[in-house]
Design a protein around this ligand. Structure first.
Ligand code: G6P
Length: 607
């Protein structure tokens, strides 16, 4: 996904911009570019990795102390050098980097062409540079305000101007920007990881805000030029947290972090002796949640799968009618929600465009909006009525792992919280919280068996297709396992409720079509067992995940993986981990880039 870094200050801009771009690489991108101001603007772009850009540039030319940089993930126009940012107008006066989508760019472009402007790229962004030139008289801020008034869509953007070489302007509408405030320098980025090495003091820009920055000062205004007071916040994440800690890949590091990340997600939030939950972020709305009659969970990708586990928990233990929806579908339907509905947006990044839009839609309908978000200060975190942070540190690998297990753990906390406000007994509350607190040790037991999973992967990595099946709480686990395999190894996989396979998919089964069954000893174990028998009767190889001590399945299936016993509703947390490891090894054996799979982005900030 696109990333922005911009700098103005006492130091040379180039090394800071390049370092920032490298820190943003994990978000996924296809091309990159930089523009630095020193007696004119010097710009360079390239397709592919930042390294390619670095190799191309002559650092002597780029010696200025103000500049903008960008990693692009193509939306309008192919990933080419011409389409890479920064973009400029005909006169090369303004240079712009932009995240988001300008929806009315075609109309604006046609008008500009009629006025004599010549466009070089196929991007929506280029219209911004031309509009700036068109409006410019002698003040960059005035030109930007006039431009922004014409734009429809989303943007996070940074602008420099040849005629005002000591000013940097940034603006936000729907695409995140953070201002890092240093000593005689300011670094702006779309993501804190790009500026954390330089400063921990940040200001999160909100929608509709513009920042006008020079070497020592900045001013934040809105589109009506009214000055806005903002507070400087301190970032807690350390740089080490964002590094690999000796693991070959971020993904493996993050899988192994799960015992700790679960502890961090539930720490201080469970009062086991009372069977109660204390969530600071929800305290102000506890009187409202008492009267909630319905819950709707909105999310995308892996977060949606966590939401599906949440739905089952909330219905079974909190007796609350719950639906879970793809955020991208929710906003285009006519969901029936009102003041008695709580809409929970689940999002690791807190910036996923579809989830954000669904949450905003729910807000306009009067629903109570809650967030389960990892990125502190992200848009969803700030715009929901109340919420809970995951506290798992940055998740760098594109494929989500520790965020999923943490999201399920927090949904279990929500279940106890809402359940205890309703009919859940203290005994049941205690039981769930006791089991939640026992999970970190059980996860340690699972991750220790990495080599066992690797051996299984070595037998199956040449498969073209794999079916993942489970029932009830582990149907979401099955689709999450299938998603992990698809995104990492590009092997086709499908997740199904075990009972559905006989309605079609079983036709594909033969000796070369393996199935993964998530079949712990729970209320649907016997049912899963029958489905496994049906696959075996058609010579299909079966890999099963089941509860420690189970001997019955061992005789039936080809490979078996054991997870410790826990409460049925929490089994997805344990059962997903071997599937994460399986996908990781399958991808490595197929020589795939596990941390940055092709075509994917960590945070999808466009629709
Ligand atoms: C992208 C990522 C997924 C993630 C999804 C939702 O597609 O590749 O791993 O699950 O976005 O992201 P969020 O930040 O909202 O949890």
């Amino acid at each position: 996904m696109c990333g922005i870094v911009a700098y103005i200050g006492k130091n040379k801009a180039l090394p800071i911009l390049l370092d920032g771009l490298k820190r943003l690489e994990y978000r996924g991108y296809d091309s990159a570019g930089i523009a630095v101001l020193n007696s004119g603007v010097h710009s360079i772009k390239s397709v592919g990795k930042i390294k390619a850009l670095e190799e191309k540039l002559d650092s002597k030319k780029f010696s200025g102390k103000i500049g903008i940089a960008h990693t692009r993930w193509a939306t309008h126009g192919e990933p080419t050098e011409i389409n890479a940012h920064p973009h400029s107008g005909d006169q090369g006066k303004f240079w712009v980097v932009h995240n988001g989508i300008i929806e009315n760019y075609r109309t604006l472009k046609d008008k500009l062409i009629q006025k004599g402007h010549n466009f070089k790229s196929q991007t929506d962004t280029e219209v911004i540079a031309h509009l700036l030139e068109d409006f410019y008289k002698d003040n960059i801020t005035d030109a930007l305000i006039s431009t922004l008034k014409l734009l429809k869509g989303t943007y996070g953007l940074a602008v420099i101007c040849k005629d005002e070489p000591d000013k940097l302007l940034v603006a936000r509408n729907g695409s995140p920007l953070v201002i890092g405030v240093g000593q005689d320098e300011t670094i702006i980025a779309s993501d804190v990881s790009a500026l954390i090495r330089h400063t921990r003091q940040v200001i999160y820009l909100d929608d509709g805000e513009i920042a006008e920055i020079d070497q020592n000062n900045f001013r934040i205004i809105n589109i009506q030029e009214k000055e806005i007071k903002k507070t400087v916040e301190e970032i807690e994440w350390s740089l080490e947290q964002a590094e690999k800690s000796g693991y070959p890949h971020f993904m493996l590091k993050e899988i192994n972090e799960q015992p700790e990340s679960i502890i961090n997600s539930i720490r201080g939030r469970t009062i086991i002796k009372d069977g109660k939950v204390k969530l600071g972020g929800l305290e102000t709305i506890m009187n409202i949640t008492r009267f909630i009659e319905k819950i709707s969970i909105v999310a995308c990708g892996t977060a949606k799968h966590a939401g599906m586990v949440g739905q089952l928990m909330l219905e079974e233990y909190a007796n609350l009618e719950t639906s879970v929806e793809f955020a991208s579908e929710f906003r285009y339907r006519k969901p029936i929600i009102d003041q008695k509905t709580a809409v929970i947006a689940v999002s690791q990044s807190g910036e996923t465009a579809d989830t954000l839009a669904a949450m905003r839609e729910a807000k306009t309908k009067g629903a109570l909006t809650l967030g389960i978000v990892n990125a502190v200060g992200s848009t969803i975190a700030r715009e929901t009525d109340a919420g809970v942070y995951n506290h798992i540190g940055p998740e760098i690998a594109v494929a989500s792992t520790k965020a999923f297990t943490s999201q399920v753990a927090i949904l279990a906390l929500f279940t106890v919280l809402f359940g205890r406000q309703r009919q859940m007994s203290m005994v049941m509350g205690r039981r769930i919280l006791g089991e939640l607190n026992a999970l970190p040790d059980k996860i340690k037991f699972v991750v220790k068996q990495n080599n066992k999973i690797k051996k299984i992967a070595k037998k199956y990595y040449k498969s073209n297709n794999i079916l993942y099946m489970g029932r009830k709480y582990n149907y979401p686990t099955a689709i999450e396992g299938a998603l992990k395999l698809k995104e990492l190894s590009y092997i086709h996989a499908e997740g199904l409720p075990s009972g559905e396979m006989k309605h079609g998919s079983i036709a594909m089964i033969d000796k070369d079509f393996p199935s993964v069954f998530i079949a712990p000893e729970d209320s649907v174990y016997e049912k899963n067992l029958s489905n496994i028998e049906e696959i075996k009767a058609r010579s299909g190889p079966v890999i099963a995940v089941t509860t420690e001590g189970n001997k019955e399945l061992k005789k039936l299936v080809d490979e078996i993986f054991y997870i410790p016993k826990t409460l049925e509703m929490l089994t997805p947390i344990l059962a997903t981990i071997p599937l994460q490891l399986f996908a990781y090894h399958m991808a490595l054996l197929n020589n795939k880039d596990v941390d940055k799979p092709r075509n994917l982005a960590k945070s999808v900030t466009v629709e």
